[in-house]
Design a protein around this ligand. Structure first.
Ligand code: ZN
Ligand code: ZN
Length: 310
């Protein structure tokens, strides 16, 4: 799994940071992509990456503020022109359906693929083959949600040595052995999967939050995740302003990462007021509290390994 930050600014686009969008790529799954938020010009940002709009299978919208959704109609429409024929589902707060359907209908846009729109709520859960996505309501003036993406544990690797010792040579039978608890071979031999695979591969847990104030209240939801991606619109000196505007500061978010025992923190949704030296201070302020913090920037791609070495 890789994550690419397509827009890391707060509220307004600037020359160096576009408005919010994050792509989660599943390398293992034919390069499919889930998008989180779709601020204006997200499709332009995508042009600078290897992401193909037709590979986007799901779009999760944290909240309906313009800097998180104004790129949706354009992207949905362009996906149709770019050989996008496979279904796409958009998950977002109440109102997302009206926003999309109105934009598409008044502009006379016809999509060539099935579009599903799901309105989410606090406690909503999506159960996919390999992942569970849980939704939590945040505190942001309008409905804003956070997503916890939990990868299910996976069966360990086949131990080829063991199979060879049993006289089973590589071939399609290996897939069958991995897919079933017991496999009956034509020779009459029975192979129990548990005897020929390595340890279970522990699933990863990532958190992608929308805008919120008072982030520490969500400590339990985030507990022990591998990666936390969180807005940090303001710095520690502006904590009161952050509260007033329903946003978080870098200091609060670093405290959250520390208290929740996460492995790595990425700060995003950074106000354009922080530039150059102020921006490096912004990062150091967080690192003092939680050393494994990085600052997102547009087009930054990070890997999500099974274990982060801090
Ligand atoms: Zn925002
Ligand atoms: Zn917002």
């Amino acid at each position: 799994m890789n994550i690419t930050f397509l827009g890391t600014g707060a509220g307004l686009p600037s020359k160096s940071r576009n408005v919010s969008a994050i792509a989660l790529h599943f390398m293992e799954n034919q390069g499919s992509v889930w998008l989180f938020d779709c601020g204006e010009a997200t499709q332009h940002q995508i042009l600078h990456t290897s992401i193909r709009p037709r590979k986007i299978e799901k779009i999760f919208i944290t909240h309906l503020h313009g800097d998180h959704i104004y790129g949706l109609p354009g992207l949905l429409s362009s996906r149709s022109f770019q050989e996008g024929t496979t279904p796409l589902t958009v998950y977002g707060p109440k109102g997302i359906k009206q926003f999309i359907e109105t934009s598409l209908s008044v502009s006379g846009t016809q999509l060539l693929y099935p579009l599903h729109i799901v309105e989410i709520f606090d406690g909503y859960q999506l159960n996919e083959t390999n992942f569970i996505v849980d939704v939590i309501k945040l505190e942001h003036g309008i409905d804003s949600f956070g997503f916890r993406i939990t990868e299910k544990d996976q069966i360990g690797e086949l131990q080829v040595d063991k199979l060879k010792k049993l006289g089973i040579e590589p071939g399609p039978i290996y897939q069958q052995i991995k897919a079933n608890d017991v496999t009956h071979l034509p020779s009459g031999q029975q192979i129990y999967r548990k005897d020929v695979v390595g340890p279970m591969k522990k699933g990863r847990k990532l958190i992608i939050f929308g805008d919120t104030r008072n982030p520490l209240q969500f400590k339990d939801f985030i507990d022990q995740s591998d990666l936390l991606i969180h807005e940090a619109t303001f710095n520690g000196n502006s904590q009161e302003i952050a509260y007033q505007y329903f946003h978080s500061s870098n200091v609060e978010v670093a405290q959250l990462a520390k208290q929740a025992g996460v492995k790595k923190l990425v700060l995003t949704h950074i106000s354009a007021r922080y530039q150059d030296e102020e921006l490096s201070n912004f990062l150091s302020e967080a690192c003092v509290i939680f050393p494994s913090t990085i600052l997102a920037e547009d087009f930054l791609t990070i890997k999500v390994p099974r274990t982060f070495d801090n």
